[in-house]
Design a protein around this ligand. Structure first.
Ligand SMILES: [Zn+2]
Length: 266
């Protein structure tokens, strides 16, 4: 059994400030270690459930956060950014049994995490078929395009609620609860235990309900903070202005939405 892990940092237990997520800041060293510990716990849970191979996408910022020497010997890691539209899911294909998400966070426009955002800080909201979407929304549909179910997520309470609503068979572990610029978090040790046990249980169960519903047609709307970003994005083939600060793009094929996002959200 091959398992894919997409690892972010803004939903790691304990995190509360951007300084802790930025590699140029001294606070990052502690939080890259905590991010790594949650990924290792997910690997161990997968191993318990019978995973023979785990591929991890380091999916935060530079794509170079995880402390490599702490990863188990059955893991491979994708670091950096290829430019492939799968982005935070790059490395995934039809051969995987399941996708897992660690360190995931609430979407732009939410107050459920001090670090809530979608893709980057220039986007105020990203909408998919009229609903405000998160990075998880996009990535779970990316996985579904390969027929891969999304079975487990660890992250803040907001993204856990959203992920459960989108994927009924998904198990989620709540690492923190954001209020304004504060976060209330479980301890890293508790988070690691819940992740290890939660992944093992999720991968031992039935994945049938862990594929999100796929639509016949997709419309993505990206609302930017700055109208100049919307003007620039409007030059992508098929994109159209959607008010002064937003751009819209439609396609029946979600892979084309992923391709467009590479160029629209830069
Ligand atoms: Zn991130």
């Amino acid at each position: 059994m091959k398992v894919f892990i997409s690892a972010d940092i803004e939903g790691t237990a304990g995190i509360a400030h951007w300084d802790e997520a930025e590699r140029t800041h001294p606070d990052w060293a502690e939080f890259r270690a905590l991010m790594t510990s949650e990924v290792v716990a997910a690997c161990e849970g997968a191993r318990t459930a019978g995973a023979t191979e785990v591929i991890i996408k380091d999916a935060h910022d530079s794509g170079r956060n995880l402390i490599l020497d702490r990863l188990p010997d059955y893991a491979r890691i994708v670091r950096g950014w290829s430019g492939h539209p799968d982005s935070m899911m790059f490395g995934l294909d039809e051969s995987f049994a399941a996708a897992i998400y660690t360190g995931y966070h609430s979407k732009a426009g939410s107050e459920a995490n001090p670090l809530a955002h979608t893709s980057n800080m220039r986007i105020s909201r990203l909408l998919l078929n009229g609903e405000v979407a998160s990075e998880f929304t996009i990535n779970a549909l990316c996985a579904a395009g390969y027929g891969v179910p999304s079975v487990f997520l660890a992250g803040d309470e907001g993204i856990c609620a959203e992920a459960r609503a989108m994927v009924s068979g998904l198990a989620a572990v709540e690492t923190l609860d954001g209020r304004g610029r504060a976060s209330t978090s479980i301890s890293p040790a508790w988070s690691r235990r819940l992740i290890r046990e939660g992944v093992a249980m999720a991968l031992s169960g039935d994945f049938a309900q862990a594929l999100p519903a796929q639509a016949e047609h997709y419309e993505v709307v990206i609302e930017f903070n700055n109208p100049t970003d919307a003007y620039r994005a409007g030059w992508y083939p098929g994109a159209r202005a959607h008010g002064p600060r937003a751009v819209a793009f439609e396609h029946k094929d979600f892979a084309e939405i992923l391709r467009a996002l590479v160029f629209l959200k830069v």
